[in-house]
Design a protein around this ligand. Structure first.
Ligand SMILES: [Zn+2]
Ligand SMILES: [Zn+2]
Length: 162
């Protein structure tokens, strides 16, 4: 099999999405073996997930802000802080709950031990989310700007091929 991009080169692997042949350079280009078209598709799916999260966090900001002003009689500016913390907490939770694996499901020697393990797990998750959630939200937004730039570049590249 030859590389789909470089017909003169032998393929060393194939795209995970469409099985197209990839040469050494093409196989290494995106980390995982993907052709440009499939990588583009994959990035679009990812950024859809990002916009979904962004939508939820905007909703949380609005809810947090409204709640603080309405029920805690916060000022116009100081109410932005709990609103931002709430949204940040959401970003942190969805980030760390994927990164840190849950304690194993298999029954521990005592019920109390597994109760403690789960308690510790959620406590760590909670603290990390509060402490770092806001930064993670900003990081994710910056990453998405970069992804969007890559999407544009790949779109141009794929259109040129057609
Ligand atoms: Zn492909
Ligand atoms: Zn190639």
């Amino acid at each position: 099999m030859k590389c789909a991009q470089h017909i003169e080169r032998d393929a060393v692997g194939s795209c995970q999405g469409c099985q197209l042949g990839l040469c050494q350079d093409c196989a290494k280009r995106f980390g995982a073996p993907y052709c440009a078209k499939c990588k583009l598709k994959d990035m679009k799916v990812q950024s859809k997930g990002f916009y979904f999260q962004l939508g939820i966090s905007i909703l949380l900001v609005v809810i947090g802000y409204y709640t603080w002003v309405r029920y805690f009689h916060g000022g116009i500016f100081e109410s932005l802080i709990p609103a931002a913390l709430l949204a940040g907490f959401y970003w942190g939770w969805s980030f760390f709950s994927k990164k840190i694996s849950k304690p194993s499901k298999k029954p521990q020697r005592s019920k109390w031990l597994s109760f403690l393990l789960y308690g510790a797990y959620y406590l760590v998750l909670l603290l990390l989310s509060i402490a770092l959630g806001f930064l993670i939200g900003i990081y994710k937004i910056l990453m998405n700007v970069k992804t969007m730039r890559d999407v544009k570049m790949l779109e141009r590249e794929c259109n040129e091929q057609v």
